[in-house]
Design a protein around this ligand. Structure first.
Ligand SMILES: C[C@@](CO)(OP(=O)(O)O)[C@H](O)COP(=O)(O)OP(=O)(O)OC[C@H]1O[C@@H](n2ccc(N)nc2=O)[C@H](O)[C@@H]1O
Ligand SMILES: Nc1ncnc2c1ncn2[C@@H]1O[C@H](COP(=O)(O)OP(=O)(O)O)[C@@H](O)[C@H]1O
Length: 330
């Protein structure tokens, strides 16, 4: 994969372009339909084999050139999440800010930029919301600064930002190997319906991986490779066979997430006794992804949960990866 060259070396030149410009992009959240986790590697990451599915809950990022150099970020009041308790850093730790800075390093015409993020994907929920922000920002800044990076170059930058960022760029369905960043797109056009049940707390991804290591103790674990399970999942995704898929969902991180948040058992149990085809914790959790028969079943499940005071989301997948929505001279 080619590495973009870095003319700016991280320096963001002062001064606005001739006319301010604003680019809006969106990128989807994801569910890990399968997630097999191998042993910890020397760099602290774990090898994984995962089938990713992009779902119809989108983050949006509007990148606007500014007169001041540097990158600033804010959260849009259009966000559908309750952002009160969500711990989203609004400084250089924000994944969108990191994405803009990285893009500035490789863009001749980088300017100061303000990022406004519309949050819809549960924060620290195992659905890759921050990764979607980063993917949308890469695409928006690429357009804003006429960087003209290839898909390959964008994917390379995405992998520098986090294991899940390349998939948020790509979207659809894909098998992820390595740390999840080595992606092979899967043929999947049939629609699958899900209900996403967010929790009112988050789980830290590194903490969940560490808990899995603790629970496994000295168990010998092999580096995961795609098996018949992944092949079966891909076949089910191709044909939209939700019944077949329901027997194949697997997430090695689920027991670690449950160990840290035992109340997850209640959500999984509720889904199984209320008509779900299957349910599993998404990624490192705590969002629970419930596979249902069709859109009507999804609406019924959301309504039943609403009676219990739980706000869930009816979504479907696969959906496309990061896309530009608008590009405006102000
Ligand atoms: C578990 C998964 C499943 O898709 O998603 P989430 O539940 O976070 O959405 C991913 O592997 C998360 O990807 P992402 O959230 O991008 O992780 P990163 O920011 O790159 O890594 C955060 C930390 O998670 C741990 N980590 C992440 C990925 C991986 N394959 N092995 C790991 O051990 C490492 O401790 C790393 O320092
Ligand atoms: N743009 C962002 N949106 C949400 N969280 C972010 C963002 N940038 C950094 N973070 C930090 O990353 C953590 C994990 O974020 P998120 O992507 O929502 O969850 P997950 O990794 O479980 O999919 C958050 O708890 C937050 O501290």
């Amino acid at each position: 994969m080619s590495t973009p060259t870095r003319p700016g070396s991280g320096r963001i030149p002062a001064g606005p372009p001739a006319r301010p410009r604003s680019v809006r992009a969106k990128a989807p959240g994801k569910v890990n339909v399968s997630l097999s986790v191998g042993p910890a590697r020397p760099d602290g990451y774990h090898s994984v084999a995962s089938v990713y599915l992009a779902v119809s809950l989108f983050e949006e990022v509007t990148a606007t050139t500014t007169a001041e150099p540097g990158v600033t970020v804010s959260l849009s009041p259009e966000s559908t999440l309750d952002l009160e308790g969500a711990e989203i850093p609004l400084d250089e730790r924000n994944l969108a800010v990191r994405a803009a800075r990285l893009m500035a390093e490789v863009s001749e015409k980088a300017t100061g930029v303000h990022l406004e993020i519309t949050k819809r994907v549960p924060v620290a929920g195992g659905m890759g919301g921050g990764s979607a922000d980063a993917a949308a920002t890469l695409l928006a800044c690429d357009a804003l600064w006429d960087s003209g990076l290839s898909k390959e170059e964008l994917a390379h930058l995405a992998a520098e930002l986090g294991a899940d960022v390349p998939f948020a760029l790509l979207g659809g369905a894909a098998v992820g190997l390595g740390v999840g960043d080595r992606l092979s797109p899967a043929l999947a056009s049939a629609r699958l319906d899900w209900v996403l049940v967010p929790a009112d707390y988050g789980l830290s991804t590194p903490a969940v991986f560490a808990e899995l290591d603790r629970l496994r103790g000295a168990e010998g674990i092999d580096v995961p490779e795609p098996t018949e399970v992944e092949a079966g999942i891909l076949a089910a995704l191709r044909s939209g066979d939700s019944g077949g898929l329901s027997h194949l969902l697997v997430n090695d991180l689920q027991r670690a997430a449950i160990s840290l948040a035992p109340q997850l058992r209640d959500t999984l149990g509720w889904a199984d006794s209320h008509g779900a085809l299957a349910s599993l914790v998404s990624g490192s959790g705590p969002t629970v992804a419930v596979l249902v028969r069709d859109a009507a079943a999804a609406a019924e499940t959301v309504a039943s949960l609403a009676h219990l005071g739980v706000e869930a989301h009816a979504v479907h997948g696969p959906v496309p990866g990061a896309r530009i929505l608008s590009d405006t001279l102000l």
